[in-house]
Design a protein around this ligand. Structure first.
Ligand SMILES: *Cc1c(COP(=O)(O)O)cnc(C)c1O
Length: 379
């Protein structure tokens, strides 16, 4: 078998020659950044594509999360999930906010609304949920809790680009949603991200905050940051938008192949939330259950031996990292679902550049051990 490494993800890139005319324009007009023409075009194109009104481009999603919290003047405590990439919680730390981690729903891998409500204190000012793997959070329950307790909702929608739920983009929920265009995400601008907000005033404020707090040449209204997306990234994003639908379609086909074959493998289960939404097929998580022949970590090692770079998203939990251990007063029996899922999950390779024989190799490894198990059982 071909032993070329198979990565969990690989960026989709458009034909290079199609990008040259964009670069030529930048070379001609000499506008490299500071919200130039490509930045403006890309913001508009994204708003049209997502079906939203207010988009603020950023250099990356982490700066966008940090800025979103400042824009809404969030302080005190924010309820969030331990089952995410660390940037979710880091954005709170950067604002001196205390993250309060609560458990997830084992079916969706997203924050459990009942756990959110139980963790609200007088210091709570907001909820920061994550649409993990692009699966929608219980947005309606979260909206009601936020309304009842007068809290803001900032969605980390880093995984959600291209997902649709309840007839709208999954990036359109909450007071603010933040999406990532990092190289590893479904839609990439090398590095990049965006805030989607609900009104023109908030967008204007965010646009000031991402540009050092400048309102005009002589007015600075906040200790803003430099979070601006450059013209090269914005131009690249414009070109990438032409290909995003076909990339998602390719991901869908691979996911379907995995799904059809995994049905027959004992001990490997899939998320089973049955939510009616349009996925972007950003990840393919499987859960390695107790009746599989190997533990999750043994299987992880076996894949790696074969040069298949599966990943454990998300393991360890954010609450396991030293800087968050004390932030969260968890007893050992807290966060049971997050701990369980985190100990079982493995994300299989999924990206538009995968060849059929590579996908087959992944399935062959996964089902190979299951056969060993069956023979052992039969003996
Ligand atoms: C990738 C990711 C981020 C960070 O995005 P960047 O654009 O790399 O800063 C934040 N949250 C989640 C859940 C992510 O997966």
């Amino acid at each position: 078998m071909n032993n070329k490494p198979i990565y969990v993800t690989q960026p989709a890139l458009p034909p290079l020659d199609e990008f040259i005319p964009y670069l030529q324009q930048i070379w001609d007009n000499k506008i490299l950044t500071n919200c130039g023409p490509f930045h403006q075009q890309f913001e508009q194109a994204l708003a049209d594509y997502l079906g939203v009104k207010y988009v603020c481009l950023f250099a990356n999603a982490t700066l966008a999360l940090v800025t979103a919290l400042q824009a809404l003047r969030i302080s005190g405590e924010v309820i969030t999930t331990p089952y995410s990439f660390v940037a979710t919680a880091h954005s709170l730390k950067w604002n001196g906010i205390k993250p309060v981690f609560v458990d997830i729903d084992a079916k969706t891998c997203n924050l459990d609304p009942a756990a959110i409500e139980a963790a609200i204190t007088p210091q709570t000012t907001a909820i920061m949920p994550v649409h993990v793997y692009g699966t929608p959070c219980d947005t309606e329950a979260i909206r009601k809790i936020a309304e009842n307790y007068n809290l803001k909702v900032i969605y980390d929608a880093a995984h959600a680009f291209g997902c649709r739920y309840n007839n709208q983009s999954l990036c359109a929920f909450g007071d603010i949603s933040v999406v990532s265009f990092h190289a590893t995400k479904v839609f990439n601008t090398f590095e990049g991200g965006a805030i989607i907000c609900q009104d023109a005033k908030t967008k204007a404020h965010i646009d000031h905050l991402k540009n050092f707090g400048f309102v005009d040449e002589t007015t600075v209204v906040a200790a803003g940051i430099n979070g601006k997306m450059s013209e090269v990234n914005a131009a690249f994003g414009l070109l990438q938008l032409k290909y995003i639908d076909s990339c998602i379609e390719k991901r869908k086909q691979i996911s379907q192949y995995y799904r059809d074959n995994i049905k027959f493998i004992r001990g490997i289960s899939l998320p089973d939330h049955q939510l009616p939404f349009t996925s972007n097929y950003s990840y393919f998580p499987v859960f390695v259950e107790a009746d599989y022949a190997l533990s999750r970590d043994e299987l992880y090692e076996k894949f790696r031996e074969q040069n298949v770079m599966v990943r454990r998203y998300f393991y360890p939990l954010i609450t396991a990292f030293p800087m968050y251990r004390t932030a969260h007063t968890h007893r050992d029996d807290e966060l049971p679902n997050a701990r369980y899922i985190s100990s079982r999950v493995l994300c299989l390779p999924l990206h538009p550049n995968l060849e059929q024989e590579e996908v087959e190799k992944v399935m062959a490894i996964l089902s190979g051990f299951s056969k060993i198990q069956q023979t052992q059982k039969a003996l």
